[in-house]
Design a protein around this ligand. Structure first.
Ligand code: IMP
Ligand code: MG
Length: 181
């Protein structure tokens, strides 16, 4: 369903079925990779919320769940971006394996910051699951361990991803046609 708000500016990129297939595939890999381990799955708010809720339902590891929220400020060039922690995790990750769950990894600054933050908190390992990986746009060194889709460029909305805080609730992923924006 494409609400009228978008006035024909959304073009479907990945359907609900495409997404569900990727969520199941990634959950299977995560269940195998972390069998017998103490996993903490951390949702990166706000964008990660939908992927996180679909993913954790398919994990059979008895994971602990927590949430972080960051804000980032571009100061001129994107590579000088500063990331701030708005809401920290509330449970201890000391000696535990951490899986960060995001909507999209773009320049990588957000995840680079969060990886270092989790390591500083004593995490035994830190990996990343992201529904979308825009790895061509990377500025900070970040590898997505569990990626749903690879998207080279373009602005996308839906499934947690927003445009000016709208569109996060959409169950599929769309390309936003910027020319009409
Ligand atoms: P980073 O550039 O990897 O630090 O990603 C920062 C944030 O940019 C992501 O968490 C998203 O919220 C946002 N972002 C990057 N690409 C898109 C997009 O195509 N649509 C919506 N948000 C995006
Ligand atoms: Mg985000």
């Amino acid at each position: 369903m494409k609400p009228n708000h978008w006035a024909g500016r959304l073009q479907t990129l990945f359907t609900q079925e495409d997404i569900a297939r990727q969520v199941s595939r990634l959950a299977g890999e995560i269940n195998r990779d972390y069998a017998g381990k103490k996993l903490v799955v951390v949702c990166v708010l706000k964008g990660g919320f939908m992927f996180f809720s679909d993913l954790v339902k398919k994990l059979d590891l008895g994971p602990e769940l927590d949430f972080v929220r960051v804000s980032s400020y571009g100061s001129g060039t994107e590579s000088l971006r500063t990331v701030n922690l708005v809401k920290d995790i509330e449970i201890s990750v000391d000696g535990k394996d951490v899986l960060l769950v995001e909507d999209v990894v773009d320049t990588g600054h957000t995840l680079r910051f969060l990886i270092e933050h989790m390591e500083a908190r004593g995490a035994k390992s830190v990996r990343i699951a992201s529904m979308v990986d825009k790895h061509e746009r990377r500025e900070a060194q970040v590898d997505v361990d569990y990626a749903g889709f690879h998207v080279p460029d373009g602005f996308i909305v839906g499934y947690g991803l927003d445009y000016a805080e709208k569109g996060r609730e959409l169950p599929a992923i769309y390309v936003l046609r910027q020319d009409h924006a």
